[in-house]
Design a binder for this molecule. Sequence first.
Ligand code: GUN
Ligand code: ZN
Length: 440
Amino acid sequence: MTKAQETVLVFGDVLDFIGDPNKLGEQAHRYFSPGALLIKNGKVLEAGDKNDIQNKHASLLTDSKVEIKDFTGQLILPGLIDTHIHFPQTEMIGAYGEQLLTWLEKHAFPAEQQFHDSEYATGIANIFIDELLRNGTTTALVFGTVHPQSVDAFFTEAQKRNLRMIAGKVMMDRNCPETLSDTAESGYQESKALIEKWHGVDRLSYAVTPRFAPTSTKAQLDNCGKLLKQYPDVYLHTHLSENKDECKWVQSLFEENQDYLSVYEDAGLVKKRAVFAHGIYLSDREYKSLADNQAAISHCPTSNLFIGSGLFNLKACEEHDVTVSMGTDVGGGTSFSLFQTFNEAYKIQQLQDNSLSAFKGLYLSTLAGAKALDLEGTIGNFQPGCEADFIVLDNSPTPFLTFRLKQCKDLEEKLFTLMMLGDDRCISETFVMGKSIYKK
Ligand code: GUN
Ligand code: ZN
């Protein structure tokens, strides 16, 4: 293929974020309607008004090698970013009736035991990735299981589709079924081998993934810290302060520690590129430490409601300047859709007298995800040089939504309606590095 053949010109209503709407107000988003995206070799060259781009690059319009994609009247957004999800829990999403610690025993651990089988892991990885793309999610931070082959399976399938994905093998050396247990040493060696094999290969990155403090010994957490020192640009991905019984358990297991986060701090895990799922029960000291150390919280509202964990305090995070992004937490979460995830986030904030705007919701699912993953400038918006992962929305997803969307007076109302009532049915097409990879 020649270079010219890799130029793509996309027409549509282009929307992205360059900052947090709570900080920048109207300046936080850019909306070009009618707009255009000019893509070269999989990366954004320019996003802007259709007329400006057409005038500036007139020769492209008549160049037969330039691919023109016309989505006039349809919204074009950056690919959505899910900063906390478990691919091995795909098969048991929506399991009935438990709170975190019994839910793990009854539903999560039995599902994860099957991933010793590479073929099985590959099958689930494919179902999982297809579901992400159908929901417009182009990047995710993903838990595997304790088995290294679960991560091999996931990365192999993600690599085939040229996706930007981050994943890691679970490390867990106590308080779990024997078949899901590694040791401080084997967990370290297996993670190291996976880092050497996958980190930085194509668009893949590795995350050191201790499940949570109760299932790792101090020796194992210290080995996680050792890996982060040896490989400074790998990620750290774990759970934090999700459930009251879990927090009490951490207190009893780590009696010397002043709070939950300090267990991770002591092992050197609280840093840039560290993403902590949930963070519901945190002290001022913990918020401050997360902010000072540039670590992020992944807010997982459908999970927090479904397994009855509690109400996330977004305002406290904002007051302390903690980076927050969105996670579906499938299978504790109940939807792969970041629209449905925002729907529940909105309600959680309503219960705390905080009205989340549609712009804030979309920011949390795009640019904030990129910030949490330290990938701003690479994904999350359409700034020049960003990888061209984007989605095209459907204006007529269902008869009723078509009717409801027609009542919307402006962009903000349309976005809010889409995120309250919409889901995978609203994703018309998903593009990765400028190429269509899913079409409804
Ligand atoms: N805490 C430890 N493991 C898990 C898990 O698999 N899901 C959720 N939601 N929380 C956890
Ligand atoms: Zn989780």
